[in-house]
Design a protein around this ligand. Structure first.
Ligand code: ADP
Ligand code: MG
Length: 410
């Protein structure tokens, strides 16, 4: 059987060299004003909690999108990407508005648009993109694209937002608006927060209670698997996203309906202690038990996230395994968003020595994570790879994911 396919991350120097080459080929040998990057992200725990005013805990990948950019004085945006070699992109900033642009450049132009909407003066630019964040794997290549441009524009147009966490929270908002309103993809800001507000050796605890000031919504939490002899392994299942349409909307609708029946603003209002009473109150309105299962996942998942944070804050990374595995079981059985590929990664990784494993992201495909003793990483990857071969499925991709830095200049 084939050997596991590792998706390597680039060093900052390596990424910068690549993207400078793409830039000078596209733009007549010229030099950019600089090079910036933003990472993809993976969620450690806290899934489908964001739209329920709950907690989640992403960390930044060493896999990043790199941008080489030079400002222009005529309000034009010209873009090239090594990942879209046949789709150079161009638009006038003044023409960018909801519904007016399409294609991959809309993620980028959307950031410039949202920053101008927020009152900043943003010039046009020529820019090149190169990235080692896999597309569509649930690791947020789209947010890394937006956030790399957010810090680049912040720098060349001297907005001064990237210099502290409060300013970064404003950049998050601009990137979220870009993805929602210009690229037309629903996103709640988790991905952009992770890409812009994470730091090396840390995870980011995000609290989605409405009305929290932006800076209080995110807090860095020490997360150092290496110190515990562990590595975070990410597995891109490359599972075809079948039957996904409508599932996300249906989960959201079920949560909203349950909150309404319970007379609460959102499911965060239900504490673990109050769960049993809430489920009893739902029962008469829930013959098929769907609402019961959805609510049980949401309430227990935010609780698991809080307990995960407590453990890693005390350096007890090796003890979070059961929380991860319980999170997976809850997403599989109660929230019903896993799939056979994700389940196979989790079961195989656990059998091969992982201390914890779970699906990550929205589900129905995408990626899974496993926390693995350093010396077992190759063995776990080989076992998962073999299990996919035996099942006759496309080979997965493997990423090593030490908690890495948020967006910045190279
Ligand atoms: P993901 O889970 O990776 O964020 P999305 O579907 O949200 O998946 O975003 C993927 C899209 O983002 C791509 O189809 C493309 O339009 C855009 N994108 C991301 N990275 C790049 C890149 N390096 N070059 C061009 N487009 C990109
Ligand atoms: Mg995305």
């Amino acid at each position: 059987p084939s050997t596991p396919q590792w998706l390597e991350s680039w060093t900052p120097t390596g990424g910068a060299r690549r993207v400078r080459t793409v830039f000078s080929r596209a733009f007549d040998g010229d030099e950019p004003d600089g090079v910036w990057f933003a990472p993809g992200r993976v969620n450690l725990i806290g899934e489908h909690t964001d739209y329920n005013a709950g907690l989640c805990l992403p960390t930044a990948l060493p896999h990043r999108t790199y941008v080489a950019l030079r400002a222009r004085e005529d309000g034009v945006v010209r873009l090239v990407s090594a990942q879209a070699p046949d789709e150079p992109w161009e638009a006038k900033l003044a023409d960018v508005a909801p519904g007016s642009v399409s294609g991959w450049g809309s993620y980028v132009a959307g950031v410039a648009w949202a920053l101008s909407e927020a009152g900043h003066t943003v010039r046009g630019f020529d820019a090149a993109v190169d990235s080692c964040v896999p597309f569509g794997a649930g690791l947020s290549s789209s947010a890394s694209l937006e956030c790399a441009f957010a810090v680049a524009i912040d720098d060349v147009d001297t907005l001064g937002l990237a210099k502290d966490d409060a300013g970064r929270a404003e950049l998050v908002e601009a990137c979220r608006r870009a993805e929602n309103e210009i690229a037309g993809a629903p996103t709640g800001g988790l991905d952009q927060s992770a890409s812009l507000r994470c730091a090396e050796g840390r995870a980011l605890l995000l609290d989605f209670r409405p009305g929290l000031p932006a800076v209080e919504s995110g807090r860095g939490v020490p997360f150092d698997p290496a110190a515990a002899g562990l590595e975070l392994l990410v597995v891109d299942t490359r599972a075809p996203h079948a039957l996904v349409d409508g599932q996300y909307g249906a989960r959201r609708a079920a949560c909203e309906k349950a909150a309404e029946l319970l007379g609460v603003e959102n499911l965060r209002a239900i504490t673990p202690d109050g769960l049993e009473a809430a489920l009893a109150a739902l029962a008469p309105h829930d013959e098929d038990g769907v609402l019961t299962r959805r609510v049980r996942h949401v309430v227990t998942e935010t609780d698991r996230t809080a307990r995960f944070v407590e453990l890693v804050s005390r350096g007890l990374v090796a003890e979070v395994g059961p929380l991860m595995t319980a999170s997976h079981a809850s997403l599989r059985d109660d929230y019903e968003v896993s799939c056979r590929e994700l389940d196979l990664v989790v079961d195989t990784a656990m059998a091969a020595g992982a201390v914890g494993a779970r699906m990550t992201g929205g589900g129905f495909g995408g990626s899974a994570i496993a926390l693995v003793p350093r010396d077992d990483v190759e063995r776990v990857a080989a076992a998962v790879n073999r299990a996919f071969t035996d099942a006759g499925w496309t080979a997965p991709g493997f990423l090593q994911a030490p908690p890495s830095a948020g967006a910045g200049a190279v």
